[in-house]
Every structure is written in C-alpha cells, then in structure tokens.
Design a protein around this ligand. Structure first.
Ligand code: SAH
Length: 346
C-alpha cells in the first residue's frame, strides 16, 4: 500500500478501499480504533501484524512533533508541530479538576491581523486540513490518558470561520467519531458574519464565542481590523439571529488592555451591546506578545471591570490564564522562528 492521505484525513470509505482484500468489518474496526480508541495502527493488536505495518505506512501522521513544553505542575502542555510544506502550528492541552480541554489551531498563522495577538502579528501561512485539526485532538487525548478530553476549543492559531468546511468536518469527527459532545465544543471567531450565519444553520449544537474586545466601531477597527468589513451592527444582527435560532448561550471574549478598552465608557458600551443578546462576557487579562507594547489592565482594574458589568446585568467572568510561562496563553501562539526554520530545511 502506498501512502494515500494522512491518518485523520481519510474517511471510513477510504479506509475500506485501502482494506479491499480484507473482511468487510475491518474498515469500521480500524476507523473506531483510530478515533475512539486513539490508537495508532501498530497498537491495533487485534489486527494481523503485517496489516498493522502496512497501515502504519499507508496512513502516516500529518503532524511532526517539534517541541513539547509542560507547565502549571504538569496541567498544561503545549506542542509545536511541523506541517507538510514547512509551516508550523501549536496545540495546548489543559487539565482541570472537572474537565480536560484541548485548544486547537485551524490555520498556520492568521490573516486577521489583530494588533495584540501574536498569531496575527506573524501573518497567514496556510489552511489546515480536517485531518490536521482532528489529529491535534487525538494526540492531546493520548497525552491526557487515562483521563479523556472533555472539551475542545477552537481558540488556537487561525480564524476557524475562515477555514469553515474543513473546520466543521473536524467538528463532526471530533463529535461523531471521537465521541466528544458537540455541547463541549466551542468555536471562537473574530466576528466573520457569514461564518456565524452558516453556524446558525448547522444542526450541531456547538458553542459560539466572539472575540469582541471593543463595542465601539472606531476602537474596534484598530484592535480587530476585520471590523471594517463586519462592523458591530452587522455582527450584533448575526449574533442575535444565532441566539434566536439556536437558543444557545453566546459568549464574548474581551482581552483587557490598559487604557485602551478598560475605561468606564467601555463598560457602558459593552453592557449595552451584550445585554440584549444575553451574552456572557469572558474577560481575558491581556497576555504579553512581542509586537504589542501596551500592557494589560491591572488586576484591580480587571476586578472593577467585571464587577461593574455584573452590576449592569451582564454575566462576566475572568478567564484563568494558563501557560503564560511557555507562551501558551490566549493570543501567544505563534510558531517559533527556530521551528519554522528547522521545518524549512528538512
Ligand atoms: N481567531 C479566533 C480564534 C482565536 S481565539 C478568534 O479571534 O476568536 C484566541 C483568543 O485570544 C481570541 O479571543 C483573541 O482575541 C484572544 N487574544 C489574542 N491576543 C491576546 C492577548 N495578547 N491576550 C489575551 N487574549 C488574546
């Protein structure tokens, strides 16, 4: 058998084609072992040994581990993976008492150019395939074992809605084949209105998070440049249709930046924007990135901001930061130059 596609890009029919000389139950057996069993072919001890070896070659992994860093007493792990063609991505695994969350990338780099985000500062390289997205979850799941991954957040590198079909096919496999509930999957978007509309039509009950960061068009244009194409009014309409059609709770992400989006006026603008949508606000204290020199708000200001919003009937919580020491926190994911170089030379 020749390598045909990567391990998590093929579907069960393609596995069946690969296994045409085998009994027909084999393809489903292999598919289930790859996804719900998180096993590689050479670990499928219920298959004949030569078949295991053949599958190992025919279904190669797509991601080459270039680096793995662990922090938070072993509770946070970040991988840097090299991809076919020389680009690189990062994936983060976070273990908590009640849940195990994987944060996946959907693109190598990002074209959205948000000024305060390290991925945006580095620019766009290429789209990920469905298999490259799914494999991040599988490999994190192997690391998490014997615990199982309970949540998947599409909050790594890239803009999920700008890679919509491969991203949603990955969600379907994460849900249908790996077995993670769609309600435990969150798609985060910078506010791509056509993507939100498509998600509204999709039967899978995933969660939607919108990276808002400002409820004022002038300021949001600067922080999140795609706001010029999909301004706040248009975004609110799409969010409102989404909430009405799906009855799911919407959340807004807001990285708190000192003097930029943490003023009393920001609180009022955000409250007025979020309240009619019954949105939950997730405040993220700004994480440092190389290309953005303004600091995050002080801890005191973060607390005041949260309190004031709650007083205005907007449920607001602070997202606990994980992995800052290894640049694994929100907005810090960027393929380190050393890895990109190494991959290019290979
Ligand atoms: N492109 C998608 C998915 C990325 S999610 C989106 O924008 O939603 C990553 C989250 O971290 C987004 O909410 C992003 O705005 C936020 N973020 C980016 N840079 C950050 C930083 N320096 N500190 C804290 N949060 C940041």
């Amino acid at each position: 058998m020749e390598p045909m596609a990567t391990r998590y890009d093929v579907d069960v029919e393609e596995i069946a084609e690969l296994l045409s000389s085998q009994p027909s139950y084999r393809s489903r057996q292999v598919f289930d072992a790859l996804y719900s069993g998180l096993r590689s072919p050479n670990e499928m001890t219920n298959l004949p040994k030569d078949l295991r070896e053949e599958l190992e070659v025919a279904l190669p992994l797509a991601l080459r581990e270039e680096a793995k860093q662990v922090t938070d007493d072993g509770e946070t792990t970040k991988w840097a993976y090299g991809l076919e063609g020389g680009s690189a991505i990062e994936t983060v695994l976070m273990s908590y008492k009640q849940r195990v969350t994987v944060c996946v990338s959907t693109q190598a780099g990002c074209a959205m150019a948000c000024s305060f985000c390290a991925t945006g500062q580095a620019g766009f390289t290429r789209q990920l395939t469905t298999g490259e997205i799914v494999e991040q979850v599988v490999r994190a799941g192997r690391e998490a074992s014997p615990r199982r991954v309970s949540n998947v957040v599409f909050m790594g590198m890239g803009e999920p809605m700008a890679n919509y079909e491969p991203m949603m096919e990955a969600v379907r496999r994460i849900n249908g084949a790996i077995g993670i509930s769609a309600r435990k999957v969150t798609i985060s978007t910078v506010g791509i209105v056509p993507g939100i509309k498509k998600l509204t039509e999709d039967p899978l009950p995933v969660n939607l998070a919108v990276s808002l960061h400002s409820a004022n068009d002038r300021r949001r244009d600067e922080l999140v440049p795609i706001n010029k194409r999909y301004p706040l009014g248009m975004l609110a309409d799409a969010c409102s249709d989404y909430v009405e059609a799906t009855h799911r709770r919407l959340s807004f992400e807001w990285a708190l930046i000192d003097g930029v989006n943490d003023t009393d006026r920001d609180i009022d603008e955000l409250a007025a924007y979020a309240r009619p949508l019954k949105a939950h606000v997730n405040v993220i204290p700004l994480n440092p990135t190389p290309g953005y020199l303004v600091r995050g708000s002080s801890r005191e200001r973060v607390n005041e901001f949260v309190l004031a919003l709650n007083e205005q009937d907007v449920t607001t919580t602070v997202r606990a930061t994980r992995g800052r020491e290894i640049a694994a926190a929100c907005g810090q994911l960027a393929a380190p130059v050393s890895i990109t170089k190494k991959v290019d030379q290979s």
